[in-house]
Design a protein around this ligand. Structure first.
Ligand code: SF4
Ligand code: SF4
Length: 96
């Protein structure tokens, strides 16, 4: 492959790797500040940012003005824990 080349990726054709997982990352809406630090290091591109739900805004009114929260796609997340390690707010907890 040419150096610096871009690999096109079609998520719909990817194997669903979520069933490899034995620990599950969960985002704590009371701690996530929507900084996106966890998005790029995820080896499975399983984290996207989304708008906070009304319920999540109620959990922490202080963070309600933070429009976005990390959202994990459990169909592909393999539970490696990288996201929990890099989160500056310790907002991702690995649960069995
Ligand atoms: S546990 Fe690993 S694969 Fe799952 S969302 Fe976090 S970084 Fe991605
Ligand atoms: S989970 Fe942590 S690293 Fe990811 S967006 Fe929220 S605060 Fe940032």
């Amino acid at each position: 492959m040419e150096k610096g080349g871009i690999i096109k990726h079609d998520l719909n054709k990817s194997p669903k790797t979520g069933n490899w997982r034995y620990v599950r990352p969960e985002v704590d809406a009371s701690k996530c500040i929507g900084c996106t630090t966890c998005v790029l290091p995820c080896p499975d591109a399983s984290i996207e940012m989304r708008r906070r739900s009304k319920e999540e805004k109620k959990i922490s009114p202080k963070l309600a003005q933070e429009k976005e929260i990390a959202d994990i796609d459990y169909e592909y997340c393999k539970g490696c824990g990288v996201c929990a390690q890099v989160c500056p707010m310790k907002a991702i907890v690995m649960k069995k």
